[in-house]
Design a protein around this ligand. Structure first.
Ligand code: ADP
Length: 324
């Protein structure tokens, strides 16, 4: 009921009398007040005037379904959202909720133990980023799942572009602005021999971080949209954009083997054409990233001319002298 009252206040966009609300929802004035107070506790700013009623003044900067719905035009991606103020990791919660339908989104304002690849830590301060995980159930060969990371990267790149933000994709799982990481993706899968039970696509985007929010040891490789653009970005608008772009590219992945994603990742790659270090545990090789194939593998050429197709997940790629 709280959400219905909120919707009515939003639609009216002006004062609305208690009588009108009471009539619409067949409730008493004290019941209305109870829901208004809940909304206020959730940081909705609602004005009250004795003879005019209630008016919604402002909505909180939260990534709830009610606040992103107006930006969404998806069929099933993000249509059901589990929203948390604080959580250990959205990927862990998505795994717990694996019986939910495809497209369910887990979102938190803050993660206590956000994860990167290989168990590395991912910092996720409160309300400064988008920390989320999508539950997916693609009916494809489990070998194709690493491509979903690229679908996520391409969707974020496109969403940034829609909002006038230029970025590059660092194969296979990071988005880069001015040579620093603004977003990371962590895909996890649960499958049997040739059947996928579910995939969790975890995405972390540094949106409104200030420099002080970044630990000093990460300053040379991490940044945020706010730092690079020198202005705050609407997380709600950005999230809606990402989910819309993701659904289109995910459908293309299911039907056409992700042709659109591969071309976005190729055209906007920060690695292709560069000399890179290919790191497998303690083993480091140097080669040149020359292309990406239709399977989404990075093609590297070594000094002796040998070519290698690198399957994501098994390696870390670095520039010769730093992160890129
Ligand atoms: P990499 O990109 O180094 O291969 P991952 O994709 O696993 O590694 O991401 C985890 C790493 O990213 C961490 O070890 C840390 O160096 C860095 N990191 C952690 N939190 C953030 C963040 N919010 N933004 C950018 N980089 C981060």
């Amino acid at each position: 009921m709280k959400n219905e009252i909120l919707k009515m206040l939003k639609e009216k966009n002006d004062f609305i009398s208690e009588g009108e609300i009471a009539k619409e929802f067949h409730m008493t004035r004290s019941a209305i007040l109870k829901y208004i107070n809940i909304l206020k506790e959730e940081s909705y700013d609602i004005d009250f005037m004795q003879n005019k009623g209630y008016k919604l003044i402002s909505v909180p900067d939260k990534l709830t379904f009610e606040e992103i719905e107006k930006y969404l035009n998806t069929k099933y991606i993000g249509r059901k959202i589990y929203y948390y103020e604080t959580i250990d990791s959205t990927n862990n919660k998505a795994k717990e909720l694996n019986k939910e339908e495809e497209g369910t989104l887990i979102i938190a304002e803050e993660q206590n133990s956000g994860k990167g690849r290989l168990g590395r830590q991912w910092i996720s301060p409160k309300r400064k980023g988008i920390w989320m995980s999508l539950l997916l159930k693609p009916k494809v060969d489990p070998l194709k799942v690493s491509k979903i990371t690229l679908v996520g990267a391409a969707a974020i790149h496109k969403a940034f572009e829609n909002m006038g933000i230029k970025s590059h994709i660092k194969w296979p799982n990071d988005i880069i602005i001015n040579n620093k990481k603004v977003c990371g993706i962590l895909t996890e899968m649960n499958c049997e021999l040739n059947l996928i039970n579910y995939v969790v696509l975890g995405i972390g985007i540094n949106v409104n971080f200030d420099k002080e929010d970044i630990p000093s040891d990460l300053l040379d490789k991490a940044t945020s949209l706010k730092i690079e653009l020198d202005k705050e970005i609407s997380r709600q608008n950005l999230l809606g954009n990402i989910l819309n772009e993701f659904e289109l590219l995910y459908e293309d992945f299911l039907e056409y083997n992700a042709e659109k994603t591969i071309s976005i990742c190729k055209e906007n790659s920060i690695l292709i054409g560069k000399d890179v270090q290919i790191i497998r545990g303690n083993n480091i090789k140097i080669g040149k990233a020359i292309d990406m194939n239709i399977e989404g593998e990075l093609i590297v050429q070594y000094e002796n001319g040998d070519l290698e197709n690198i399957y994501s997940g098994e390696v870390s790629i670095r520039g010769l002298y730093g992160y890129i």
